[in-house]
Design a protein around this ligand. Structure first.
Ligand SMILES: Cc1cc2nc3c(=O)[nH]c(=O)nc-3n(C[C@H](O)[C@H](O)[C@H](O)COP(=O)(O)OP(=O)(O)OC[C@H]3O[C@@H](n4cnc5c(N)ncnc54)[C@H](O)[C@@H]3O)c2cc1C
Length: 383
């Protein structure tokens, strides 16, 4: 299936080939080891930075490539080729959710201190929103930041934070007033340092094994005044705005992963024989592969349409939400079908598909669950 589909042009396809080559050379060969290690090395960020891949959408004045979200979209899709959802997630958290709020809402000083080194791969970022008592219900956050001379003192706990142990800075959502609900939420850039009152602990997971997913506790953590990101008490709308690109990035990642999974499974079905013919010679398998190709295509169309609108400056809440809802479940279902076609081999660690199926299970939960996507659509559709 050709990937030269609007909104992408020849320029993006050249970029795609170069990113693909880099990933296949530098990341994919290590994916298995990093999965076993439950960690990929921090140096991966430096390698990506050397190729300009941590700043595709950021201005050259900050060390970026001066591209836009379409260039970033190519990276989101291609990262699926690492064959390690956890590695893609750690890189994705840095470029797609931690650095964008600093670029969009940060002061010049914050951009110099965090965005520039993040693009160079010298500082790794995380976005800390979810808490033990506040996941889907973002308004229920309880991590508090109390005003003190020269800044804030933060107390509370975040959980399930990607890059949570290794991050040099955490863009953290905190409550800055006693008011409940959406009000009084602010973003602080929390920088790690000695005696910072922060403890982190890494969590074990079903999939995304190479990623660092952590609980982060703040105990009287001091954050300087100049690290308030955006308006005081005004972060709720920033959090919601940030979700749009995160959900598009996840949709693109799913489309990339589905495409490769389909290609590999179709090849397996051509090669593997049962009852004197290739598996693909059996109608039940052939039809299944045809349905799977249709699913890849429809997910791609929905995602690219949402992307095109997003890049054109529309506010495509409906299309982004639909793309996220459609692609994440479809990806998990497709991986399950791929696993089935592999038979017993599909259940074995040595085959890529066992990992792909586990990794895909996060999609309908993370970045806003399927149920929350349906709630948003209910509102947007006037139900
Ligand atoms: C591997 C991993 C990485 C993550 N990385 C990050 C990160 O980097 N930063 C970050 O801030 N967060 C991160 N998250 C958190 C993620 O965004 C949340 O897990 C997700 O938003 C769901 O929140 P929750 O787990 O608290 O589930 P809950 O909100 O407790 O929901 C539990 C179930 O109830 C359903 N539900 C909730 N409300 C409703 C409703 N109104 N109607 C119907 N059903 C409902 C949910 O859909 C879900 O099925 C990560 C999570 C994981 C697992």
């Amino acid at each position: 299936m050709s990937t030269l589909t609007p909104p992408f042009s020849d320029e993006h396809e050249h970029l795609r080939q170069s990113i693909r080559g880099f990933i296949e050379r530098e990341l994919t060969p290590h994916a298995q080891q990093w999965e076993e290690d439950r960690w990929f090395p921090d140096e991966v960020f430096g390698k990506l930075a050397a190729q300009g891949l941590l700043g595709l959408k950021y201005p050259e004045s900050y060390g970026g490539q001066g591209g836009d979200y379409l260039h970033e979209a190519v990276l989101c899709e291609e990262l699926a080729r690492t064959g390690s959802g956890g590695t893609a997630a750690g890189i994705g958290a840095h470029v797609n959710i931690a650095t964008p709020p600093i670029w969009k809402f940060g002061t010049e000083d914050q951009k110099q201190r965090y965005l520039v080194p993040a693009i160079r791969g010298e500082k790794i970022g995380a976005l800390g929103i979810t808490e033990p008592g506040a996941g889907s219900d973002v308004a229920a956050l309880s991590t508090r930041a109390e005003r003190v001379d020269g800044g804030w003192v933060v107390n509370g706990e975040k959980t399930y934070i990607t890059n949570g142990v290794r991050a040099h800075f955490i863009v953290t959502a905190v409550k800055t007033t006693q008011e409940g609900g959406h009000h009084g939420t602010s973003f602080l850039i929390v920088e790690r340092g000695e005696d910072d009152g922060i403890t982190t602990s890494k969590l074990e997971k079903l999939g995304w094994h190479a990623s660092d997913t952590a609980t982060i506790s703040f105990q009287d953590t001091f954050v300087a005044e100049e690290n308030l990101l955006g308006e005081l008490d005004g972060a709720f709308k920033l959090i919601m705005a940030n979700f749009q690109w995160e959900r598009l990035a996840m949709s693109l990642g799913a489309v990339g992963a589905m495409q490769i999974a389909w290609e590999r499974t179709a090849q397996f079905a051509r090669d593997r024989e049962a009852f004197g013919r290739p598996l693909s010679g059996h109608q039940a398998i052939r039809h299944k592969l045809a349905d799977m190709a249709t699913s890849v295509y429809t997910c791609r169309c929905a995602t690219y349409d949402a992307l095109r609108r997003f890049v054109a400056g529309e506010d495509p809440l409906r299309e982004v939400t639909m793309a996220k809802l459609l692609t994440q479940r479809a990806s998990f279902e497709l991986m399950d079908q791929c696993l089935q076609i592999h038979g017993g081999a599909g259940y074995m660690r040595e085959y890529w598909v066992e990992r792909a199926a586990r990794d895909a299970r996060l999609g309908p939960i993370g970045g806003g669950s399927d149920e929350i996507m349906r709630e948003i659509l209910g509102r947007v559709l006037g139900l």
